[in-house]
Design a protein around this ligand. Structure first.
Ligand code: 5AD
Ligand code: SF4
Length: 466
């Protein structure tokens, strides 16, 4: 029934709003989309819950990037359908890239799924929920001509949340031969600059101080400006930096080929753009880069990093790597190790190649699983060492921390440094949402800890080292 349920409480029937629970898998763009789907359902009368056991609608916002991520969804639905014993009206929706890639096949394989909704159709979720139920199932995986963003309700960031994601671009035209994204998310599409600025203003009004601009290929952003001309990502960052109460801007994920000079310059010229860049390379072998259709060489990538560091020496670089891509020899792999040694990464994400149905590389002869595991372990050992070195470099230094939330220990707050390190420090709750100076005293496994040294920091972050 509609957006409310009749339930029995202490012997009497009461009406309560239906509840939605959304679980996000995969990338940050899914986290953003999950929030927007919840917004759409709240607008049509639902309340959001963090407890799946009390939900009337469960949305799994899925990831198709590697096989493991996809398989997780089927086992999760298997578990969740048991909740129908208590709530027979429970609806289960599968959204995201698995929905887009597999469509109605999902309902064939797992009939407990009521709704399948692709990433371009989230504005239609309330409609689909209303249609589903009583044994019917519905699916919407079309790519509409008009963007979903203009049809979703306004972003309803929870009050008190200091950091926010803002999707500015979707889809990818690069067609790396291992990747499903061009198929699940479609062609590149940039949101108009004014729409992005309006949403950023709204997020800042609700308390956001650090906004990460998201896109599968975010540095290819090419949105239309209010005058009808095009805006680059650097233009957009300059525009957003005019929002007084917004202190920090970040962006992810970028492609090396789209790292334009104006964007590199923005790391120096725009105080609010933080010194952290996620720039995946995937492999250090030119042969493999070619087979992956990355359209750059290892040397071009290393030179690019050198140019960026020439402008902004303190920038922290992070990357993505794939080992055991079809045809990768020990020699190719060693070239990846060499590249990693030359670049030195502050953070990284590394994976074994996973063949994805419909992508060109899936049809190639595959590398033995044990070889892949052994290469991944070797690469990760080196990357972990570099992450630790990067963190240890900050010990003894004073950094600017934007405090986001309470820590696990009493009296402790957790925030982020400009270089995106999580930093723990003893601080009072009035520091939440504020930037404070912290002297780093220790490097932990995945974070730093320090002590507060500051009075309030001036607007625009810490002074820049050029
Ligand atoms: N197998 C393994 N890793 C992959 N990635 C993308 N597709 C695959 C795949 N088929 C990794 C890439 C990309 C990151 C988001 O996921 O490193 O940058
Ligand atoms: Fe996938 Fe990124 Fe390559 Fe696009 S650029 S195909 S999203 S790995």
């Amino acid at each position: 029934m509609g957006s409310s349920s009749l339930i029995r409480q202490a012997g009497i029937f009461v009406v309560r709003p239906n509840k939605i629970f959304v679980k996000s898998y995969g990338c940050q763009m899914n986290v953003y989309d999950s929030g927007r789907m919840a917004d759409a359902m709240v607008k049509s009368g639902y309340a959001e819950t963090k407890d799946c056991a009390e939900a009337d609608l469960i949305v799994l916002n899925t990831c198709h990037i590697r096989e493991k991520a996809t398989e997780k969804i089927y086992s999760e639905v298997g578990r969740l359908k048991a909740l129908r014993k208590k709530n027979p009206d429970l609806k289960i929706a599968v959204a995201g890239c698995v929905a887009q890639a597999e469509g109605t096949e999902i309902q064939r394989r797992q009939p407990a799924v009521d709704i399948v909704v692709g990433p371009q159709a989230y504005h239609r979720l309330p409609d689909l929920v209303a249609k589903a139920g009583s044994g019917t199932s519905v699916a919407d995986t079309d790519f509409p001509l008009r963007s979903k963003f203009s049809r979703l309700p306004r972003n309803r960031l929870p009050r008190g949340q200091v950091t926010a994601f803002l999707t500015i671009q979707e889809g990818c035209d690069k067609f790396c031969t291992f990747c499903v994204v061009p198929y699940t998310r479609g062609a590149e599409d940039s949101r108009p600059a004014a729409e992005v600025v309006e949403e950023a203003n709204l997020l800042v009004e609700r308390g956001a101080r650090d906004i990460t601009l998201l896109g599968q290929n975010v540095n290819s952003y090419n949105g239309v400006g209010p005058d009808g001309g095009k805006r680059s990502l650097a233009d957009l960052i300059v525009e957003l930096s005019k929002i007084e109460a917004l202190k920090r801007i970040r962006f992810t994920t970028s492609h090396p080929r789209d790292m334009s000079q104006d964007l590199i310059d923005a790391f120096v010229e725009c105080d609010k753009l933080m010194p952290y860049l996620h720039l995946p390379v995937q492999s250090g072998s030119d042969r493999i880069l070619r087979a992956m259709n990355r359209r750059h060489t290892a040397r071009q990538y290393v030179d690019l990093i050198r140019r960026i560091r020439g402008r902004r020496p303190d920038i922290v670089i992070s990357g993505d790597f794939i080992v055991a891509f079809p045809g990768e020899t020990e020699e190719d792999f060693l070239q990846t190790i060499e590249l990693v040694e030359e670049v030195s990464y502050g953070r990284s994400y590394s994976f074994k190649y996973s063949p994805r149905p419909g992508t060109p590389a899936a049809a190639l002869p595959q590398i033995d699983g044990d070889v892949a595991s052994e290469r991944l372990a070797r690469l990760q050992r080196l990357l972990r060492k570099q992450q630790q070195e990067c963190q240890r470099n900050f010990v003894g230094r004073t950094v600017s921390v934007l405090f986001e939330r309470k820590g696990r220990k009493p009296g402790q707050l957790v925030g982020k440094s400009e270089h995106l390190h999580a930093v723990h420090a003893q601080a009072t709750a009035d520091c939440l949402g504020q930037i404070r100076k912290v002297e780093i005293v220790r490097s932990e496994a995945n974070s730093l800890s320090g002590k507060l040294v500051s009075v309030r920091e001036p607007v625009g972050g810490s002074p820049r080292r050029r």
